[in-house]
Design a protein around this ligand. Structure first.
Ligand code: GLA
Length: 353
């Protein structure tokens, strides 16, 4: 196991970004950057043993700084949407920036995904890198001085784990996720519609309209195209005449993952690339998973100059439910002052012959 660090170019402000490469005993490796604490590369063997990069991204820091698709980034202080860009904590109202119609998406234009995080620790033994970020009181409109750490680790059995830790001096929202886009056939292999995907969720949170704010219901997936419990080809019903899919242009919904209990990690989803045979298993201790099929990708110029089109990657963003800060029926994303935010999500890769 080993961790190597190199330059990843300069940010617009002239600061140096870095890439850390974490390699394991099998020769599989991942690359992460301090810019946005983003996951840049996940190179795993396919069924012929050929290393295949299964995440979409850019070649240079500049792409991550300018991009609009959140490739691989850690999203915070709150991922997904907040209705009318407004929250209330302890009876006080805080106004965030509306950047998705009248709503707030991924915390607004000044997201953590464009910030240069600090290097907290490189652990050669554990094959991990930890990034740290200070988000002052009032940042993005949120109350509380928040300090966050995100640790990426690659194990010898090809598991990429992401641990999130944080604490604040005032009650605030903390709902971090990783926004990697996966294509298990390889990041430059086009549509993911032939991928097989299973999500262990018997219910999802339907959205009101294309603004994607949940209605508050927990709706059964039974007999709908949202039923991914047993697994199916992503494209099988993605364009079905079904309101929830039509209004979002495909899957872009939060699934209510089975077996949620605070602090308990369980497998919530699985996927397989049809041509590479590469498999992925997602585990988390969080209640929800936003399954997003890259419906808004539209010509981003990525790694090696490859151009990403609609549905060329899918995201599995583990999270507290969208708009949960404003919805009393949902598990709250509010972190109390002095308490520690601690969650983890992992992606374990394998191959099926
Ligand atoms: C999230 C949202 C999508 C889209 C992407 C970014 O996953 O749910 O609707 O906004 O981020 O393009």
């Amino acid at each position: 196991m080993s961790v190597y660090k190199r330059s990843f170019g300069l940010t617009a402000a002239g600061e140096s970004a870095h890439i850390y490469r974490l390699e394991n005993r099998n020769g599989s490796y991942i690359e992460v950057t301090d810019l946005g604490a983003s996951l840049v590369t996940v190179a795993m063997p396919d069924r012929d043993g050929k290393l295949t990069d299964v995440v979409l991204g850019y070649d240079q820091a500049e792409g991550y700084e300018r991009g609009d698709a959140y490739f691989g980034a850690v999203i915070g202080r709150n991922c997904n949407r907040i209705e009318r860009a407004r929250i209330q904590i302890n009876g006080r109202t805080y106004q965030l920036t509306a950047n998705d119609g009248e709503n707030n998406l991924h915390s607004g234009p000044d997201g953590y995904e464009r910030r240069l995080w600090g290097e907290q620790e490189v652990d050669q033994q554990r094959n991990s890198v930890t990034f740290a970020l200070s988000s002052p009181d009032g940042d993005q409109g949120f109350p509380g001085d928040l300090r966050i750490m995100v640790r990426y680790r690659l194990s010898d059995d090809d598991e990429v784990s992401i641990h999130y830790m944080g604490s604040s001096d005032a009650d605030t929202v903390v709902n971090l996720t990783n926004h990697s886009y996966f294509n298990l056939d390889g990041q430059d292999q086009g549509s993911i519609c032939d991928h097989w995907v299973a999500i262990n969720a018997r219910a999802f949170t339907p959205v009101r309209d294309s603004g994607a704010i949940p209605t508050g219901e927990i709706l059964s997936v039974g007999d709908t195209p949202m039923d991914l419990v047993k697994g199916r080809r992503v494209g099988m019903e993605i364009d079905a005449d079904y309101d929830q899919l039509k209004c979002m242009g495909g899957y872009d919904h939060n699934f209510v993952c089975e077996g949620y209990r605070k602090g308990r990690t369980r497998v919530v989803a699985r996927a397989r690339g049809p041509r590479s045979g590469i498999t992925m298993e997602v585990a988390t201790d969080l209640p929800g998973l936003q399954f997003y099929t890259g419906n808004f990708l539209d010509g981003q110029v990525g790694k090696g100059g490859h151009i990403y089109h609609r549905r060329d990657g899918f995201c599995m963003e583990t999270q507290y439910f969208p708009n949960s800060v404003n919805d009393e029926g949902f598990e709250t994303p509010v972190l109390s002052a002095g308490k520690t935010y601690r969650t983890m999500t992992s992606y374990r890769f394998g191959v099926e012959r």
